[in-house]
Design a protein around this ligand. Structure first.
Ligand code: HEC
Length: 115
């Protein structure tokens, strides 16, 4: 599988902190998830995809919520209003590097385009 451009160390460090605070409670520090809380991110096609746009949408709008649909059935919140483009780019760069087999960095510009 082609690997994307690796994130720099500062982005990875910021992403790890954000992941620990916002995501690890359900997806666990090792990305393996926890029954009844969060699905595994390790091995997820969404996380590993060369094109990160689906992954960005999951974090901006929630796992089941395409933009425009207001039903909120998932325990995973929409992070679009809580996290900045820089924060979402950093946390997803970390997630893709650590759990996505080096799938490649996500830029704040890519996040901004999907808002
Ligand atoms: C309150 C628990 C919770 C938190 C916090 C949470 N998630 Fe989730 N997440 C879930 C659940 C549950 C699902 C599965 C939803 C479903 O498919 O119904 C999910 C799905 C996902 C998916 C889709 C996986 C796939 O293979 O389709 C990704 C990616 C993801 N979460 C990333 C994140 C990131 C990144 C964060 C932090 C910014 C985060 N989640 C925070 C519970 C959580």
């Amino acid at each position: 599988m082609p690997r994307g451009k690796a994130p720099d160390d500062a982005t990875l460090a910021a992403g790890e902190v954000l992941y620990t605070v916002h995501c690890a409670t359900c997806h666990m520090a090792d990305g393996q998830g926890e029954e009844g809380l969060g699905v595994p991110l390790v091995g997820s096609a969404t996380v590993r995809a060369a094109d990160p746009s689906t992954l960005i949408n999951v974090v901006l709008y929630g796992p089941h919520l395409p933009p425009g649909l207001e039903v909120d059935r998932s325990p995973m919140k929409m992070f679009g209003k809580r996290l900045s483009d820089d924060d979402i780019a950093a946390v997803l760069s970390y997630v893709r590097d650590r759990f996505g087999d080096g799938a490649g960095a996500v830029t704040p510009e890519e996040v901004a385009r999907q808002r």
